[in-house]
Design a protein. Structure first.
Lengths: 520, 516
């Protein structure tokens, strides 16, 4: 028996190789370098790896005919892939700055040894003295690499592997908070368990689709690439139940990662318990990865039967927007509020996805980037509002913050206005883009739902603005720590992104528009 | 360079914004410098509006001062500015009111114990966004200004407004104002998106006013825009935010809120609803007139029962907006001209009323009518001003609002006698609420409690006289000679009515006189 190795276009997958390679090197660094040198080395390595991968992506996107299928059609390096990989890396870089911040808290936001029992004497000693674990760097880079693979995956099997590659590091990262460790561990366990279920759903769905493609297969060879799925789905072969059932289960797996209702329940707990820098990372990058994969599955694989399942996904989109916006109203913790806001935003993203047009694809990608920058900056500011017990996330503690630190309260207000979709912020242009695409795709009812939930959602944002500016500071109002250079850099990126995408979105719109073509 | 090519509108929009940034940078301790700077800056803007007024050719094109710069080419969005006569008079009103408001609120910011420069910076930022909203000729741009306008006003009310109950009243009012406006704005956003798709992905007003839209779609789009404007104006039953906002806002901000910002609603109906959705406008007109009529009567009745001066003035405004609404939806040139003229005159009269009420409230430390009583003996000049502003606001002949109210009623009478007759009841009620308010506040035996308030013995000082004088002069002048304004308005109104496809019924004497 001869084994034919598929030809591999190394130029196309170089960014992925760099990312995963750097992550492996990071593991070696962790093993061989003395403890005191690791932080600097790991940070430099991770940042350099991300920058190098980004550079490779930019170079690749400048070449003619950059879009290829490679590695035996397992990977599609096309316009959306390059754009989404670039977005994940840029947002990952900003999140890396937040992760690396050590001036706010002695030793950084991560625990030194996660295995020590929380609350024990040893734990108190390590929490006071030991610098945080540097394992977070290889984990984070693995996650970024996995996400890059996820959006490039051209068959369901590769997609599943990528899903696990980026999920496992995230489960671990969630458990590594220095403060409130039990909450953090609880979040990680919850995320892990529910995430495993979601993966299992995905896997089972894949099996059903495989069965359908096999029964409809014409030329004997059966695979799970989106081209084959598309062909089989268009052929309307026997056993459509397998196809739809499979798609439904796959969608469950992806919508779980995207935090769409009713698969959203993990989001507030995990966002609250995870170290804030990791929450920011998940809110920005996981969203991009999840929606990138969802777009590819729906647009490249199952487009020909879109008419059949579009109403169901529409209901999910409306439900997601409703749950996110209504639950956000009742929150008393800023991280949970932002979590529900992130759920609602998943709904708006779905509105764009459901357009099923080229505009739908480009506007969703635009929204992902716009939201990523804003949410990174928002969580960045959350890391700054602290008292002796660490971050003060309860909303009552934010009362009168505008008087204590007008600059940061002002910046946070700007971000809240962006989330509320006020013009001259990226939140508005992004909403406009997805709504415009949806109307163009004959989904005006989704736009109406989006508008109505936006009204509801404006209320919690406004409540925070009122708390910060119009309430008098109480005894308990914490001060805002002066950010170190790294957090300041992250904030600057996030805020500039929010402002520029709101005022001059032209260049990025151009980019998403030219990139919006899936290769099957 | 021809005067019409001068970029008046972009400059008018930018100039106050730059001023706001400059004033915001003044250190907190140097409040006086910030005030002077803001005043000088707003006077500069006023001078520019005056020049623009004279550069505008009343007999020329419908839209003048047209400028266009690319913004988001992918969406067909551009910075396009253009002004017709209706926009021009509103710009002039803004230019006149803002310096007076700045002068009138000279000491308002100190009371709040918050940053003084920020207050004046917010006023200038508000001016910039208000000018932008009237000057925009690109619907996306209009929407941007429409929403951004909320932010400075939100902070003016929320941070510098009524401090009673530890500021809870102003917080409530600010949030209510913001949410109401935002909800209206989001309906409009849905309609804007729809119009953009239907119209072939352009936001240019001229292009969009030419397209054909199917009946059903047109009605939905009309509703989206109309709800936003009806909240803004405000029309019954979307009005409940205004008494709270007007009652809690500092007097100067309230004058701008009611005097100018709310006109964006009626302006928007004239500029966007009528020309873009003519069929839907005709279809909805009876309902809109019904809402406006309810507003005229209902708000007047509620105003009679108010004990809070600022809330009372807010309710009178709602009644007046009812008149403007009737004038717009009557689809005759007299009524339309009357409505636009009413927008200007109401800005002058209610602006004056709010500012004078603010002077009373600043002295007494309370806005309740029952806390005054016989104040006229202590403050004769201020009392006279309150009386005059009240009379102007009830449209006494000889003051400018009379002309506009008369035009609206005559214009409506030619097409629908019943509406005109019912609206006339509103005039009688207006007399009741104004005169009763004046009587309870400044006439009769002095309230003994007033003797304990030393500030009540200081009549208007020079600064306050300078504030009221131009408004009084303008109200009297345009009461006798409205021609400078009507000349500018009339062609624009005629063009708008032509867009709706309505021609006037048999010409009347009044029509001939106005259109000369």
């Amino acid at each position: 028996m001869t084994l034919n190795l598929p030809p591999i276009d190394y130029g196309a997958i170089a960014p992925l190789l760099v990312l995963l390679g750097v992550a492996c090197v990071g593991v070696l660094v962790e093993a061989f370098l003395p403890k005191r040198m690791r932080y600097g080395a790991q940070f430099t390595l991770a940042a350099a790896g991300l920058v190098a991968a980004l550079t490779l992506i930019i170079i690749r996107s400048q070449q003619d005919g950059y879009a290829v299928l490679t590695a035996g059609n397992a990977l599609a390096i096309d316009g959306p892939t390059l754009f989404l990989q670039g977005a994940i890396i840029v947002l990952g870089l900003v999140a890396l700055l937040l992760i690396s911040e050590r001036s706010l808290e002695h030793g950084g936001p991560f625990v030194a040894q996660a295995a020590i029992t929380a609350g024990s004497e040893v734990d108190q000693r390590q929490s006071a003295q030991a610098p945080g674990a540097t394992e977070v760097y290889p984990l984070a880079v693995f996650a970024v690499g996995g996400m890059g693979l996820f959006v490039a995956a051209n068959d369901l099997l590769t997609m599943f592997v990528a899903l696990e590659v980026f999920s496992l590091p995230l489960y671990l990262l969630c458990a590594l908070a220095r403060r409130r460790r039990l909450l953090s561990q609880e979040a990680a366990v919850k995320y892990f368990l529910l995430g495993s279920y979601a993966s299992a759903f995905f896997l089972f769905g894949m099996a059903l689709v495989y069965g359908y493609v096999g029964s409809a297969g014409t030329d004997g060879s059966v695979g799970l690439t989106f081209a084959e799925i598309h062909e089989a789905a268009s052929a309307q072969g026997p056993g459509a139940g397998l196809l739809f059932g499979g798609l439904a289960l796959i969608a469950v797996g992806l919508l779980f990662k995207a935090a769409a209702a009713p698969f959203h329940v993990w989001t507030p707990d995990v966002y609250q318990g995870a170290p804030t820098a990791i929450t920011a990372f998940m809110a920005a990058c996981t969203k991009v990865a999840a929606f990138g994969a969802l777009l590819r599955v729906l647009y490249a694989g199952f487009e020909s039967i879109a008419w059949d399942y579009r109403p169901i996904l529409g209901v999910i989109a409306v439900l997601t927007m409703l749950v996110g916006s209504i639950m956000a109203v009742t929150q008393t913790d800023i991280k949970r509020l932002l979590a529900y806001s992130s759920i609602a935003n998943a709904g708006y993203l779905l509105v764009g996805v459901l357009a099923f047009t080229r505009d739908g694809l480009s506007s969703t990608m635009f929204y992902l980037v716009a939201y990523g920058f804003s949410v990174l900056a928002a969580f960045g500011i959350v890391t700054l509002v602290r008292d002796a017990d660490g971050e003060a996330t309860h909303l009552s503690r934010w009362a009168g913050l505008g008087k204590r630190s007008p600059v940061y309260a002002g910046l946070f207000t700007f971000l809240l206005l962006a989330f509320a979709g006020i013009p001259l912020t990226s939140g508005f242009t992004a909403k406009f883009a997805v709504f415009g695409a949806a109307v163009g795709g004959d989904q005006a009812w989704l736009v109406v739902a989006g508008v109505i939930t936006s009204m509801v959602l404006a209320f919690p944002y406004l409540r925070v603005v009122v708390l910060m500016w119009l309430s008098e500071p109480g005894e308990q109002t914490p001060t805002v720590s002066i950010p170190g250079a790294l957090t300041a850099g992250a904030l600057a990126f996030g805020l500039l992104g929010t402002l520029l995408l709101g005022v001059v979105p032209g260049p990025v719109l151009e980019l998403t528009d030219t990139a919006a073509q899936f290769l099957r | 360079m021809k005067s019409a090519d001068f970029p008046f509108l972009s400059l008018l929009t930018l100039l106050p914004l730059v001023g706001a940034l400059v004033v915001a940078l003044v250190p907190r301790a140097k409040g006086e410098l910030a005030k002077v700077l803001a005043l000088v800056w707003s006077l500069g803007v006023f001078v520019l509006t005056v020049i623009a007024w004279f550069a505008f050719d009343a007999g020329g094109d419908r839209f003048q001062f047209r400028e266009s710069y690319a913004w988001i080419p992918q969406w067909g969005v551009s910075f396009t500015f253009a002004a017709d006569g209706i926009a021009l008079v509103m710009l002039a009103l803004i230019g006149l009111l803002v310096p007076l408001v700045i002068l009138a609120s000279w000491h308002d910011a100190e009371k709040s114990k918050r940053s003084v420069p920020a207050y004046f910076a917010l006023l200038l930022a508000l001016e910039s966004s208000m000018i932008g909203v009237f000057a925009a000729a690109d619907i996306f741009l209009f929407y941007v200004f429409f929403e951004v306008m909320l932010i400075p006003m939100y902070f003016l009310i929320g941070s510098y407004g009524d401090a009673s109950g530890q500021g809870r009243k102003r917080q409530y009012a600010a949030v209510k104002f913001f949410l109401y406006s935002l909800v209206g704005g989001l309906f409009m956003l849905a309609a804007v998106v729809g119009l953009w798709v239907v119209g072939g992905k352009t936001f240019d007003w001229q292009t969009l006013s030419q397209i054909d839209i199917s009946d059903g779609t047109e009605r939905w789009l009309f509703l989206g825009f109309f709800i936003a404007f009806a909240v803004k104006a405000p029309f019954f039953p979307f009005h409940t935010w205004l008494p709270d906002a007007g009652g809690a806002a500092p007097a100067g901000a309230a004058a701008l809120l009611v005097g100018v910002m709310d006109k964006v609603g009626t302006f928007g109906i004239l500029r966007y609803c009528l020309p873009l959705f003519p069929d839907a406008t005709r279809w909805f007109a009876p309902y809109a007139i019904a809402l406006a009529l309810i507003g005229v009567i209902y708000a007047a009745l509620v105003a009679i029962g108010q004990n809070d001066l600022k809330r009372l003035v807010s309710y009178t405004s709602i009644a007046h907006f009812g008149f403007i609404g009737i004038g717009i939806f009557a689809f005759t040139t007299q009524a339309g001209t009357g409505a636009v003229l009413y927008m200007v005159n109401h800005g002058l009269a209610t602006g004056l009323l709010f500012l004078v009420v603010g002077m009373f409230v600043a002295r007494r430390g309370s806005a309740l009518v029952s806390d005054f009583g016989g104040a006229g003996k202590l403050l004769p000049v201020a009392a006279a001003m309150l009386f005059f502003a009240g009379l102007a606001s009830l449209a006494l002949p000889g003051t400018a609002p009379f002309v506009s109210e008369f035009l609206v009623l005559v214009g409506v009478y030619t097409v629908n006698k019943a509406v005109a007759v019912i609206a006339t009841i509103g005039i009688i009620l207006a007399a009741a609420y104004v005169l009763w308010m004046v009587q309870r506040t400044v006439q009769g035996t002095p309230n003994p409690a007033l003797d304990d308030v030393p500030a009540m013995r200081r009549d208007l000082n020079l600064r306050e006289k300078v504030v009221v004088a131009p408004l009084v002069a303008a109200l009297v002048f345009f009461g006798f000679y409205p021609k400078p304004i009507t000349d500018v308005i009339n062609p624009a109104v005629q063009a708008t009515m032509a867009d709706v496809g309505k021609t006037d019924p048999a010409p009347t004497a009044v029509h001939a006189e106005v259109s000369q």
